[in-house]
Design a protein around this ligand. Structure first.
Ligand code: CTP
Length: 281
């Protein structure tokens, strides 16, 4: 707990995030009257909240014990020549948060990650990849052993038709010819046995329509859609604003919250989906 300006300072927020990524738990301060006489965020959380958090850490949840969950995160990189590549703005934060939220509940977590600068959450097995093709190969080979797959990675949809072996020199106009990469999630949907499949959709327009156009053709149980035009949503932010769409037609809007809090909501929905499946069988 501290003064609002101090708490919101970039350095403090970055340090908190680093601690979370190292596996520490944070009890966030709340809004209210502060010791300095002002009012705002940074006030010590109620003692019962701190007590409950400490108690749950001492007797960790094991609801996902025995469940094997694969998460993909980050961007992919598609080489043009030895010094250039195509990629996107994905930071990997959302996928890493999902891995953290799943391991917190006792799941066996494998994180297939594109090139990002984040440390892997404690207790997670990491597989590093660079290209969409490498991610495809890694995910498909692990798929049969998995109970749940969460595809948070922002996979490049196109790669250069050919990678130049030497650096391309500038010479007037340049046209780069691109070919499609495999749609990993669609492939998983095709070969699905009992796995719960969760996809992501990052959109700038027609959120619902675009999300549903991925949910059904890719044979998913749930899709996490975020509107990139909203404040505090999307790539490289620490927060996200998402709407969840389910196969059975349900929809759930989540408020703006930290990516870890969004990840915990996603994990709790996955548990609900798995419990329904268990009841049916
Ligand atoms: N995805 C994937 N392989 C690809 C492209 C996307 O596995 N080659 C997955 C993403 O990880 C995400 C979901 O499919 O979970 C949706 O990705 P997105 O890029 O939003 O949509 P696309 O299906 O690629 O469609 P478009 O780019 O036309 O919006």
């Amino acid at each position: 707990a501290m003064n609002t300006n101090m708490f919101e300072n970039f350095a403090v927020q970055e340090n908190i995030e680093r601690l979370v990524l190292r596996g520490y738990s944070i009890v966030q301060p709340v809004e209210g009257e502060l010791a300095c006489g002002g009012c705002g965020g940074g006030r010590l959380a109620p003692l019962d909240v701190i007590f409950a958090e400490a108690k749950s850490l001492l007797s960790p949840q094991t609801e996902l014990k025995g469940i094997r969950l694969l998460v993909t995160a980050g961007p992919t990189r598609e080489a043009i020549d030895p010094v250039r590549y195509l990629t996107n703005y994905s930071s990997g934060k959302m996928g890493y948060a999902v891995a953290q939220a799943a391991v917190e509940q006792g799941a066996g977590v494998t994180l297939v990650s594109g090139p990002v600068t984040l440390p892997a959450p404690a207790g997670v097995k990491i597989v590093q990849v660079t290209t969409a093709q490498e991610m495809y190969a890694a995910v498909l080979s692990l798929y049969p052993q998995m109970d749940v797959v969460v595809k948070a990675a922002a996979v490049a949809d196109y790669r250069p038709a050919r990678v130049q072996e030497t650096k391309i020199k500038k010479d007037g106009e340049m046209i780069l010819s691109l070919v499609r990469t495999p749609d990993i999630l669609a492939e998983l949907g095709k070969y699905k046995q009992n796995q719960v499949l969760v996809g992501f959709a990052s959109e700038t327009d027609n959120l619902r329509e675009n999300a549903l156009a991925k949910l059904f053709p890719k044979n998913l149980e749930m899709i996490v859609a975020n509107d990139l035009t909203e404040d505090g949503a999307g790539f490289n932010t620490d927060t996200n604003v998402v709407k969840l769409y389910f196969k059975d037609g349900q929809e759930k809007q989540l408020a703006r919250m930290s990516k870890l809090a969004v990840a915990r909501e996603i994990i709790s929905e996955i548990k609900r989906i798995m419990n329904i499946a268990k009841e049916i069988s």
